[in-house]
Design a protein around this ligand. Sequence first.
Ligand SMILES: *Cc1c(COP(=O)(O)O)cnc(C)c1O
Length: 478
Amino acid sequence: MRNSHPGQPGADDTVQTMGMQYRRRSWAEPYKIKMVEPIRMTTRAQREKALAEAGYNTFLLRSDDVYIDLLTDSGTSAMSDWQWAGMMLGDEAYAGSKNFYHLEEVVRKHYTHKHVIPTHQGRGAEHLLSQIMIQAGDVVPGNMYFTTTRFHQEHAGAKFIDVIIDEAHDPSVIHPFKGNVDLAKLERVLEAHRGRVPYVCLAATVNMAGGQPVSMACARAVKELCGKYRVPVMSDATRAVENAWFIKQREEGYADTPVADILREFMSYTDGATMSGKKDPLVNIGGWLSVNDDAIAEKARNLVVVFEGLHTYGGMAGRDMEAMARGIVESVQDAHIRARIGQVEYLGELLQTWGVPIVQPVGGHAVYLDARRFYPGMAQTRFPAQTLAAELYLDAGVRAMERGIVSAGRNTETGDHFYPKLELVRLTIPRRVYTQAHIDVVAESVQAVFANPQRPAGLEMVYEPECLRFFQARFERL
Ligand SMILES: *Cc1c(COP(=O)(O)O)cnc(C)c1O
């Protein structure tokens, strides 16, 4: 690999990172490869054709036409041999599968909540929680929205109110805990809507802010404030292990604490969680809703039967629950999470070194490109981030995702687009899937697109679905 990369040795065997000189000490992934999956290389002409057929929406590409797939880290993780071995121990009984009890035990241990209701994936849990806790006319404060989370809250009749700190909306501001809740904003909402706040949604890390963490001090303070108003704190715990790693790195007093212990303390400040097993827990499908409250748990067990499956499988096969239980155990190990986030940081450092505009600081699961600075002057209604994702695919077959005006959707009251401040393209790193060489190819492609003097004019939306439009919208080139 090249010597110019950060983390690589210079002539005198030292490395220059963030202005400091280190003697080179590389680290590598805490696993080796036992089975490989070939990927297809394509020509630019093939990619032009594939992208046009996909309506310039990377979600609509066939994965066969993709070289390096950074669309999402959702359900794309590589399982370990121990997880695969667990799949052979699936107990496919309709009721009371032993794999459910294993999963329940592991979730209780690491995420602290008393009741565990399995669901087919995270949005299944969001659906249950929203239907149980929200009445029409309620408001749900949260530290920035996530697409499916907000959808389910609004679908149940609530209005989402963003209470994240202002820094989260500025991609150039450096802040160690950019996912933090602004306590003053939260208190204003709790005060103004007394009796109409069914719960506060605390996401960690905050996906839509760029995978930015929440500090332990903030979680503690949110819990205390909500306690005063008798409002429960429900966590979107999908990426809470990544969050715990950042607390270990950045928050005073946690440097020597194992990530598993940090996670437990963090979750102890919450009353429940919705969880996507497709993220931190290292499986391809699965999720759960966990709560401490007995009455909410009972309602969830009643509802899960209708929408997901019996309360001891919730839409998952026994083998899938076993893989997830084992995935959780692996996910909270320091060596794993260090390598996972280390790979994301490596990509971020390369791009930063080359002057490519990215969201700072680099978050837990992805590097976010600031599309506004790739295409200054392009109107937001020409979809700069969607355009950039298309250009990236054309350059080298790297698939990324838009996180801007298309993802933000429309205001149901006015019918107009939401105009988010952030117009981003997300390069999401799947867990344990790609090597450092793949990451180098990605960085070089992004740099080439950034440096390309031929600027695209943008896109026009020619088909727009009603819900979560970013998944299936189609575009044409301007
Ligand atoms: C993925 C995700 C969800 C939804 O989970 P699914 O398993 O995709 O349904 C919710 N919140 C966050 C932060 C996520 O990343």
